[in-house]
Design a protein around this ligand. Structure first.
Ligand SMILES: Cc1cc2nc3c(=O)[nH]c(=O)nc-3n(C[C@H](O)[C@H](O)[C@H](O)COP(=O)(O)OP(=O)(O)OC[C@H]3O[C@@H](n4cnc5c(N)ncnc54)[C@H](O)[C@@H]3O)c2cc1C
Length: 513
């Protein structure tokens, strides 16, 4: 599988986050020949560091971005339908404390609009809860001055990493060549046309010339770096802002939308797996996205605000943190929080006189399928190979169910894992005292999902690395198992363990254990 050199594909996608994975799947389903390269692991970038919500975003109503909210609501419905094993309805409370009349009216209108813009939804409508009902639903809330709360529904994708992996798995099942740990180092050029890329396979240590009729950059916050050779001296397309989350013991029964007292910013407290996520922050960032990490100031801000809302909840104990970098379409003269989350499609032929290459600027996880469809429509048009997307939009429910659903939705992964465990009882046992994940999941990840490092297996194929100990308590057992599958000798095993410890170190700087 790791030999791509010498072939010309219709489409090369650089970047294996949710956007690149979505494009790979859509294009492969339409019958295009596709290659996807990811410098690190699938979903290792911004995509594994979000609030994990599939939402229209109440905040965007304040910015009067109704079209964005409407289209995200439509996508929320689609994802609930095509990935019901990964995307779940999530009720939120939005509590109100001594609100002014103006503020009450504003929120009421916002809630009405949120319902109107998702008129075709399957989720329940908003409801006002009085003070007593609110406290019964969430006893941990600060009761002082509480008037009541709006309850409304959005959706959560607790394991967004798996959403990416399943897009990649399905793309590969439809013929795509996929390579993780493979960085596009430079473009291949035929005069004013990009004709692919030179890709360094970091595992094999070899460089491949990967020829393509069209190349798409889906490199998220790395975009200005990856397109620098195409637009020498030009202004950056992106504004980067960092957002962090803290993961704490389970602190609340419900998910909450709250407003920070310090600066009025909106933030979330959300039940996640067996824990709680608090986030996020929003500060300008100009380093390498791979180096983003939570600072003491970031953590203190979230802890203080969460404690104000839930005075007795356990926000003092932090399991781990994550920090992601938003890639926002650059707009001059606006503050971090006001920059639109709308994506843009950038055709370098029209703008930079370099043909054969497109770039995706910005975007949200919620919108990934629609963005992938838009990109692939343009790609197919440019290649003269127009065909409808097989990932469904609400109007095209006629698409075949097999194409519409993501692979895990029919239980095929669970069946494979169960069969592995049935064939070898040692694979049926949990690996870690703190997590129910079994050894067979790791075997499946290595054999069928390109897990090549311990981080790939623990953080982005299974949820073992998302338990409070992040798999460090069973690291030797994991390394031994992966070593057997991937032929690691003692020295390589020790290197892989050290690499995993380095990978999670930035997440554990504030951990109690
Ligand atoms: C704090 C925070 C909270 C968020 N919360 C939400 C939310 O709740 N809901 C929501 O819908 N959205 C949310 N988002 C937005 C969402 O996470 C991003 O829009 C989305 O993950 C971007 O995906 P992507 O594929 O464009 O980028 P990425 O996931 O960053 O993927 C880009 C990939 O390109 C790879 N790459 C870079 N250079 C190269 C190269 N030369 N060769 C090969 N590969 C390369 C990188 O390694 C990376 O994996 C949030 C974002 C942040 C930062």
């Amino acid at each position: 599988m790791r030999s791509l050199g010498g072939r010309t594909v219709d489409l090369l996608i650089i970047g294996g986050g949710i956007i690149g994975a979505g494009i790979a799947r859509d294009a492969a389903l339409r019958g295009l020949s596709v290659a996807l390269v990811e410098q690190d692991d699938f979903a290792s970038g911004t995509t594994s560091r979000p609030t994990r919500l599939i939402h229209g975003g109440l905040r965007y109503l304040e910015l009067f971005d109704f079209a964005l909210v409407r289209s995200d609501m439509r996508e929320r419905e689609i994802l609930l339908r095509i990935a019901p094993h990964l995307v779940f309805p999530l009720p939120f409370l939005l509590p109100l404390y001594r609100p002014s009349l103006w503020y009450q009216a504003k929120l009421r209108i916002g809630m009405q609009l949120y319902d109107i813009l998702s008129l075709d939804k399957s989720l329940p409508r908003r409801k006002w809860l009085g003070r007593g009902e609110t406290l019964a639903a969430e006893p941990a809330l600060d009761a002082d001055g509480l008037q009541g709360a709006w309850r409304f529904y959005d959706a959560q994708v607790p394991l967004v990493e798996r959403l990416v992996v399943e897009n990649v798995v399905d793309a590969a099942a439809h013929g795509a060549l996929v390579l993780n740990h493979a960085r596009a180092n430079s473009y291949l050029r035929d005069r004013d046309r990009v004709s692919g890329a030179l890709v360094l396979d970091r595992m094999a240590g070899v460089e491949l010339a990967l020829r393509a009729r069209l190349t798409v950059n889906a490199t998220g916050p790395w975009l200005d770096r990856t397109i620098a050779p195409l637009r020498v001296g030009a202004k950056p397309l992106l504004r980067l802002t960092k957002g962090i989350h803290i993961v704490t013991p389970r602190a609340t029964q419900q998910a909450h939308v709250l407003f920070a007292r310090r600066d009025g910013r909106l933030f979330f407290v959300v039940p996640w797996l067996d824990a709680t996520i608090v986030g996020t922050t929003d500060t300008d960032y100009d380093g390498d996205p791979a180096d983003a990490a939570a600072t003491e100031e970031d953590v203190r801000y979230l802890q203080e605000e969460a404690r104000r809302a839930f005075p007795n909840a356990p926000f003092g104990e932090i399991f781990f943190t994550w920090a992601g970098v938003r890639a926002l379409v650059r707009e001059e003269g606006v503050s971090e929080g006001e920059v639109s989350r709308k994506h843009a499609l950038y055709d370098h032929e029209a703008r930079d006189r370099v043909a054969g290459v497109l770039s995706v600027v910005g975007g949200k996880i919620t919108a990934y399928r629609a963005i992938a469809e838009e990109v692939t429509d343009l790609v197919a048009r440019k290649l003269g190979r127009e065909r409808r997307s097989g990932t469904p939009d609400p109007e095209s429910r006629a698409s075949s169910t097999a194409d519409a659903l993501l692979p895990g939705a029919d239980g095929s992964r669970a069946r494979d894992i169960a069969a592995l465990a049935a064939g070898d009882p040692s694979l049926a046992a949990p690996l870690c005292p703190h997590h129910h994940g079994v050894a067979a999941e790791i075997v499946h990840a290595v054999r069928h999902e390109w897990a090549l490092t311990i981080g790939d297996a623990l953080l982005r194929r299974t949820a073992l690395g998302l338990a409070p100990c992040q798999g460090l308590d069973c690291i030797d057992a994991v390394a031994a198992l992966m070593g057997r599958l991937l032929d690691w000798d003692d020295e390589r095993r020790a290197r892989e363990v050290a690499a995993y410890c380095r990978e999670v170190e930035p997440m554990r700087r504030f951990s109690a254990t």
